[in-house]
Each structure stands twice: as structure tokens, then as C-alpha cells.
Design a protein around this ligand. Structure first.
Ligand code: ATP
Length: 297
């Protein structure tokens, strides 16, 4: 069976509704707090598994109670395999501030993700073969991410890279990517261009398929087949947190299932529209019934 290996971060989200997002120097008092599993790697792995992909999720965590909390929270997720890589650093933590209009600001502590070594990354991808897909994000170090991508390509596997969070130069990775997914802000930061021109530039920089997501504007794709705009599925926005992760997880699952690219994009946008209609990140991820990717569809 084709495997989707998600190598990425996992942590605890501390979610705080706030009256408005803080300005520089301002203290904002939250209306409350809740804890949930989080991290882009974790969210994308969960979504892809719920969409029916055979997902192996590999993530660095601390040797602490939060790692146990994560394991318990994910016990019922339909992963094919789940491998924690214990690090000396504490399990990652993100503080999510969510404003009444659904907009969010996120502060992430990512020492566990950062401390994953290149040797651990290379070992994680050693299981891949030419049928498989590796899905990466920006939370691991540049060196570990590059090592994983190179290892995957050496084994003939396809690499999907989500450029979020953008915190190091992704240029060396792009020629290794079958798919790169960047939101509008990331795409502009990488290419100094916007919209379709940014997608085209990411493709020219080496990604076989470049996807630039545009929030309620849907997304644009650029590949050897040309450029295309894919409108979003209209949704009443409650909280956009997790939309990008849902999109990436379902797109990777769709490609793994053999869907043609436009159909995989459509499935990803249908799923992301569900996520934006719900509060929270992990809690907003669509369930398996609404996510199943059907190759015959
Ligand atoms: P986030 O960081 O909020 O999780 P993102 O910035 O990574 O998201 P976006 O470009 O905002 O990514 O959204 C990804 C996809 O989610 C879009 O391409 C679109 O399909 C869907 N989406 C996002 N916002 C909306 C919206 N308001 N209405 C409908 N679909 C949306």
C-alpha cells in the first residue's frame, strides 16, 4: 500500500479567545483557555489519515507529561503508524489567540521540533519507496528538512512541502518538491511576487506543482501544464485556524490516492471550508466521514 509519511512537529495548543489581537506593547486579557493537540505536522497527519491515507506520522516530542497527553489524545486516530522521537527539549507548545472575527495570532515554542537531528530525519525517511509521498512543513530545522527531502528523493518518493511556518530559506528544497504549498504571505516572502506570478515563480524555482493558497480567494496552481485558479468553497468564517493544515493534509491524501491534481485541490478546498466554519484548530479538523477521498470521484 502507498504510504504517506508525515515528518513534522507535534505539540500542545493553548487556545485563548481574545477580544482583539494584541498590538505591539499591549496586554490583552483572554476570555478563557483550552488545551488541544496541535502542530502543523500533527494536524496535517491527522487530516490525511482521516481522509483515508495510509499515514505514518513521525514527530519529535519531549520526555514529559505533554508527550503523554499527545499520545492519549491521538490514540483513536486512524494512523497506520505513529512514531514519537523523544528529545531533550520540552514538547512544543503554541499559544493561539483567536479574535471574535475568526482571525488569529500564534506564538509557537518549537524547541523539540528544532532539535530533531539530520540523522533522525534520514532514518525516518529510510522506509520510503517510489510509491510513497513525504509531507513536510517548516517547523523542523532547515537541515533536518533538507535531509529528509533528499532521502525521500533518493528513494524515488515524492516530496510535498508546506512552507508554513516560513522561517528559513526554502530555495534549496524547491527542486526536490513534487508539490509546494505556500499561503499568500509565504509565497510573497519567498518570491517577492503575489498570486499567480508567485505560483509561477515557485514552479520555475523547481517545484513540479506550486500551489499558492489565497484564503477565501481559493488557490492558484502553476505546473508544466500551466496556471489555474481554483475558487474556494464558500463558507461562513468562524475561525480560519487550521484551514491551511486541512488543505495540505487532504491534498497529500488525494495525490496519494491517485486523484488528478484538480480533483485533489477540490477535495482539499472542500475540507478547508469545513475547518473555517468551526472554532479552534484540532477541534475544527473535519472527521473521517466528511473527508474520505474517493479515487473514483
Ligand atoms: P491558516 O493559517 O488560517 O490555517 P493559511 O494561511 O495557511 O491558513 P489560507 O490561504 O488562508 O491558508 O487557506 C487555505 C485554504 O483554505 C484556501 O485555499 C481555501 O480553500 C480555504 N479557505 C481559507 N479561508 C477560507 C474562507 N474564508 N472561505 C472558504 N475557504 C477558505
Amino acid at each position: 500500500m502507498r504510504r504517506l509519511l508525515v515528518l513534522g512537529n507535534a505539540g500542545i495548543d493553548l487556545v485563548c479567545p481574545v477580544p482583539h489581537l494584541p498590538r505591539a506593547g499591549e496586554t490583552v486579557v483572554a476570555h478563557g483557555q483550552s488545551r488541544a493537540p496541535g502542530g502543523k505536522g500533527l494536524n496535517q497527519a491527522v487530516v490525511a489519515a482521516r481522509a483515508g491515507a495510509a499515514v505514518t506520522f513521525v514527530a519529535p516530542v519531549g520526555r514529559d507529561a505533554a508527550a503523554g497527553e499527545l499520545a492519549a489524545a491521538l490514540a483513536d486516530e486512524p494512523f497506520q503508524a505513529l512514531h514519537w522521537l523523544p528529545q531533550a527539549a520540552p514538547t512544543d507548545l503554541s499559544l493561539l489567540m483567536v479574535a471574535p472575527d475568526g482571525e488569529n495570532s500564534i506564538l509557537s515554542l518549537g524547541a523539540a521540533a528544532d532539535s530533531l537531528s539530520t540523522a533522525e530525519a534520514e532514518a525516518a525517511v529510510a522506509v520510503l519507496d517510489s510509491q510513497d509521498i513525504l509531507l513536510l512543513q517548516g517547523n523542523l530545522s532547515a537541515a533536518a528538512t533538507l535531509a529528509a527531502a533528499r532521502g525521500a528523493v533518493d528513494r524515488g518518493a515524492q516530496v510535498c512541502l508546506n512552507t508554513a511556518p516560513l522561517r528559513w530559506d526554502v530555495a534549496p528544497l524547491l527542486p526536490l518538491c513534487a508539490v509546494v504549498i505556500a499561503n499568500a504571505v509565504e509565497a510573497e516572502a519567498i518570491t517577492s511576487l503575489t498570486g499567480p506570478a508567485a505560483a509561477e515563480a515557485l514552479h520555475r524555482a523547481g517545484a513540479a506543482l506550486a500551489v499558492v493558497t489565497l484564503g477565501a480567494g481559493g488557490c492558484v496552481t502553476a505546473s508544466a501544464g500551466g496556471m489555474q485558479h481554483h475558487p474556494a468553497v464558500p463558507a461562513a468564517t468562524v475561525d480560519t485556524t487550521g484551514a491551511g493544515d486541512t488543505f495540505c493534509g487532504v491534498l497529500a491524501a488525494g495525490l496519494l490516492a491517485g486523484l488528478p491534481m484538480p480533483a485533489a485541490i477540490a477535495a482539499a478546498q472542500r475540507a478547508a471550508a469545513i475547518t473555517v466554519g468551526r472554532p479552534g484548530a484540532f477541534a475544527a479538523l473535519p472527521d473521517a466521514a466528511s473527508l474520505r477521498v474517493d479515487p473514483a470521484a
